[in-house]
Write a protein that binds this ligand. Structure first.
Ligand code: WT7
Length: 657
């Protein structure tokens, strides 16, 4: 982009043989599972494809509707409506629906703070807090359809805030607490948020992440924001409150009623916007709506995690990501489950914090990311083996392909060879899990997300959209709509159409490469566009490039990924400087920090390489394949005949780290 004017510890037991072995659920697991045989899965799948209306309508009947829908599915690609004409409320289904039976005294959220506190909110208590906060939102002048930005750490109040938004029909947009003030500002402005909900600070790895000061900085240029609500997580920290605009959560909650009637919202009423990276510098505001998202997250949570009433379920994701929306908050609560929320880092104070938590609360279902698993491997299995982990019955993985070595380690060291692993493939855009084993049914192959869930029609195709033979690689598409499909990119219908629906007409393009093997198992290989997955976080190379060129010393930048043993991918930036500027280690550090302040720490390049010019094709396109090769191996293969400036190549090759 141009300016305008450690190795994973190889585990001895992982042989190639094992990677091709099938791992079956135990008889006991299968017997008790919601879906308990391959025949049942196959029948369900077939019914869901032959008659999706009937299939999804039956699922939706499990939930509460103020008024039943008229049409289950209205589909003219790329526009979908689900449960059209129906009136419902997601927060009502997560909370009120459970208050008429014994669930009202059940733990809805078990929260552990990083310093060690525990809070347990029963369904009844959570309901009351959400009702109160819904009234607070009303007091702040928030109405149906208004956007509310939420920028908080992992505290129960984050769940309360989004449930309260859903309850009144306000559209929440959660911004991950690790994003910078600059990134927050862009998202607030794109969404046109009227209110920001934040914390004084978040606690992470024993230190404070100052959230409120970042909000103050962002709001210097956010004209739509009228009020800020601040939850006090860290008492002693000094922050400034701007009179008239800023309100303490604990003060404003005092003066409201704890009764609130949930809004009767049309099924297609917007529920949330969640920003995710794409192939341009500007993040996309993925818009999800109420009814379809509710039905799909309810259904997938129940089947994939085989949720039972006596389970303690823990998904380690931050609510700043879609996994946290769908599988920390909404999906589990829709099922009346107990969901555990942990505030902090996996290695604080020691690398066994997760295993300690599992034993302390007797967690049964544990859902985390491959990048975390690879970090655990590196920290050493002794940290795991110190703990019993006998309560675990099911493990899950999400966010990126899990390498078979990591899978085997997870299976043996954490799951003691008795817990199935559900490797779940999905995206911010899909809202819910699309490809995944069913734990009581599917024989597992380490590294494969196995098969589509009911209602999902994946296909692997070539550039022209023709299905490729089994075993060959291609592009992963989804051929029919599903209830929790994104409805648009907020404020940019054209980008929505172009991004997802123009490549293969009428079909949804995932942006992932994949292959299907002869047994019908899917193997997702990762992104095929200019999106990189760093430690399970999605980042656009263009976004990082635009952050780099916004620095006064930078003329041009190209960002590529190179494989990394822990994070999956590491970020390598090739940077050419303005003519008078001199490369230095100091400048490298300054540029890395500049990216952190433009986007957030997660986007900091792992490596910066200065170069006079970037290699380009005759049409001026940066040759990313070449840069990827240089970043990965230092050597260059293949055809470079379209290179404009060969000298650039030599320079890059010689450039030291
Ligand atoms: C991208 C979506 C899904 C919620 C978290 C990330 C990659 C995700 C898997 C998996 C292989 C996976 C894909 C996808 N991905 N899960 N089980 N196996 N790849 O959501 O930030 O929207 O990223 O993550 O590349 O397109 P996201």
């Amino acid at each position: 982009m141009k300016k305008q004017t450690s190795e994973v510890q190889s585990t001895a037991f992982t042989s190639v043989m094992e990677e091709h072995r099938l791992f079956h659920p135990s008889k006991e697991f299968a017997r008790n599972a919601h879906v308990n045989s391959m025949e049942v899965y196959k029948r369900m799948y077939k019914e869901s494809i032959l008659n999706p209306e009937k299939f999804w309508s039956d699922v939706a009947e499990d939930l509460y509707w103020f008024k039943k829908w008229k049409q289950t599915k209205v589909w003219k690609a790329p526009d979908a409506k689900w449960f059209n004409g129906g009136l419902t409320n997601l927060a009502y289904n997560c909370l009120d629906r459970h208050l008429t039976n014994w669930h009202r005294t059940k733990a809805a959220i078990i929260w552990e703070g990083e310093p060690g506190e525990t809070r347990i909110l029963t369904y009844q208590v959570l309901h009351r807090e959400v009702c109160k906060f819904a009234n607070v939102l009303g007091k702040m002048g928030i109405e149906k359809g208004d956007r509310v930005a939420v920028y908080m750490g992992m505290v129960p109040e984050l769940a309360i805030a989004i449930l309260a938004c859903a309850r009144i029909g306000a559209v929440h947009t959660v911004v991950f607490g690790g994003f910078s003030a600059e990134a927050l500002k862009d998202r607030i402005n794109d969404a046109g948020a009227k209110l920001v909900i934040t914390c004084d600070a978040a606690i992470r790895r024993g230190t404070l992440v100052m959230l409120k000061p970042a909000v103050d900085k962002a709001l210097e240029s956010c004209p739509t924001v009228q009020n800020v609500i601040v939850y006090r997580r860290v008492n002693e920290v000094q922050i400034t409150m701007s009179p008239g605009r800023d309100h303490w959560w604990h003060e404003i909650i005092q003066s409201v009623n704890d009764k609130h009637e949930a809004e009767h919202l049309p099924s297609e009423h917007p529920l949330f916007i969640l920003y995710t990276s794409g192939t341009t510098g500007k993040p996309k505001g993925i818009l999800h709506t109420t009814g379809g998202y509710m039905v799909n997250t309810y259904f997938t949570s129940k089947l994939v995690f085989d949720l039972k009433d006596d389970d303690i379920y823990w998904c380690t994701a931050d609510v700043g990501w879609v996994t946290g929306h769908s599988y920390v908050v909404y999906g589990p609560l829709l099922n009346g489950a107990t969901t555990l929320m942990y505030e902090g880092a996996p290695n604080h104070p020691e690398p066994d914090r997760f295993w300690k938590i599992i034993d302390k609360y007797r967690v049964n279902i544990f859902y985390t990311a491959p990048t975390a698993i690879r970090a655990f491997i590196r920290w050493g299995e002794q940290w795991v083996l110190k703990h019993e982990l006998t309560s675990l019955r099911l493990l899950g993985s999400v966010g990126e392909p899990i390498n078979p070595e990591a899978w085997m380690w997870y299976y043996k060291i954490v799951g003691k060879q008795k817990c199935p692993i559900v490797d779940t493939w999905w995206q911010t855009e899909t809202g819910a899990i699309m490809l995944s084993p069913l734990p009581g049914v599917t024989p597992l192959k380490p590294g494969s997300c196995t098969m589509p869930l009911p209602g999902v029609v994946p296909e692997v195709v070539d550039k022209e959209g023709n299905p490729v033979p089994d075993g060959s690689g291609g592009y992963l598409i989804l051929k029919d709509t599903w209830p929790s499909m994104l409805r648009t990119i907020y404020g940019d219908k054209n980008r929505f159409k172009k991004q997802y629906w123009s490549e293969y007409k009428g079909y949804y393009f995932t942006g992932d490469g994949a292959r299907r093997d002869k047994d019908g198992y899917f193997w997702v290989m990762g992104r095929v566009d200019d999106v990189i997955n760093v430690a399970g976080h999605r980042l656009g190379t263009a976004e990082i490039e635009s952050a780099l060129v916004s620095h006064h010393d930078v003329a041009e930048a190209a960002v590529v990924a190179r494989p990394d043993d822990i994070k999956g991918s590491a970020i390598v930036a090739f940077v050419s400087l303005e003519s008078s500027k001199i490369p230095s280690l100091l400048l490298k550090e300054e540029l890395r920090n500049h990216v952190a302040s433009e986007i957030g720490h997660i986007a900091k390049p792992d490596e910066i390489r200065f170069t006079d010019t970037l290699p380009k094709t005759r049409s001026g396109k940066i040759m990313r394949r070449l840069l990827r090769e240089i970043a990965t191996s230092g050597s260059i293969k293949g055809d470079v005949s379209t290179l404009e400036d060969f000298s650039a190549l030599e320079k890059l090759r010689d450039e030291d780290q």
